[in-house]
Design a binder for this molecule. Structure first.
Ligand SMILES: Nc1ncnc2c1ncn2[C@@H]1O[C@H](COP(=O)(O)OP(=O)(O)OP(=O)(O)O)[C@@H](O)[C@H]1O
Ligand SMILES: [Mg+2]
Length: 232
């Protein structure tokens, strides 16, 4: 039986930011693998490279060296059109600041990635309504983001991250702007995506809210893997 490729395989991944003569190490020779269905917490002090790694995994940025494969596809080898398609369909992203578009309704925000991926309008709206209903937000579909609570905004952002059915969900400090009760709800939702739907979730966080449900911890310090960063 063929073995499925790991959900993520990072080999000696580095990201060096260069500005003029100065170099800043974002990541330095980071290697790890993540299995499909894992819920990974990414831990480490401020500046340790968590967001840098998520940006690489999201296809928003490229490694300076090394290889980074998601579901067997080396992201460094994708051309621009393939990267755009990868960003739009293979990964979903959730951010601390929610990043909803203020002039659009909740439903329109959730639909947007589907429309950008070229999916038909009516089917996208129907799918967005189903996702919102599943997250307890059906009554909020026609509201603007500013009319929502923080927890509702983050659940809207999760619906948006899911609309193109990505196998990989990346969350950068998703509970950072939430109280602990709403943070718990968001972590439980992300956990459910792994447990019930077999998706892979990576959560970069300083919080301990996800510790009890994580199947993996990847610790970073100064851009390098450091297991002790998981125990802080
Ligand atoms: N666009 C950039 N240009 C130059 N340096 C950068 C850039 N982005 C990040 N860095 C640097 O790379 C290092 C890693 O930053 P990163 O944002 O990945 O850390 P982080 O672990 O996400 O931190 P935090 O917990 O504060 O969010 C830091 O030294 C940072 O200053
Ligand atoms: Mg960060």
């Amino acid at each position: 039986m063929p073995t499925a490729a790991p959900a993520i395989e990072a080999r000696e991944v580095s990201r060096i930011y260069r500005r003029g003569a100065t170099e800043v190490v974002g990541l330095s020779r980071v290697s790890f693998t993540v299995a499909a269905g894992d819920l990974v917490v990414l831990k480490g002090p401020s500046g340790s490279g968590k967001s840098t790694l998520l940006a690489l995994l999201a296809g928003l940025d490229r490694p300076s060296a090394g290889s980074l494969a998601v579901a067997g596809r080396d992201l460094a080898r994708l051309n621009e059109a393939e990267r755009t398609r990868y960003r739009r369909t293979a990964v979903g992203m959730v951010f601390q600041a929610f990043n909803l578009l203020p002039t659009m309704s909740v439903l329109e925000n959730v639909c947007l990635p589907a429309l950008l991926a070229g999916r038909p309008y009516a089917a996208s709206r129907a799918q967005a309504r189903r996702l919102l209903a599943g997250l307890g937000l059906e009554a909020r579909a026609d509201h603007r983001p500013a009319q929502l609570s923080g927890g509702e905004m983050q659940r809207t952002a999760i619906a948006r991250a899911l609309i193109n059915a990505p196998a990989l969900i990346l969350a950068d400090e998703p509970t950072g702007n939430l109280d602990s009760a709403n943070g718990r709800v968001v972590i439980d939702l992300l956990h459910g995506l792994t447990r019930e739907q077999g998706r892979t979730v990576v959560i970069a966080t300083h919080s301990r809210l996800a510790d009890g449900v994580a199947t993996r911890c990847i610790g970073l310090r100064d851009g390098a893997v450091a297991d002790d960063a998981c125990n802080r």
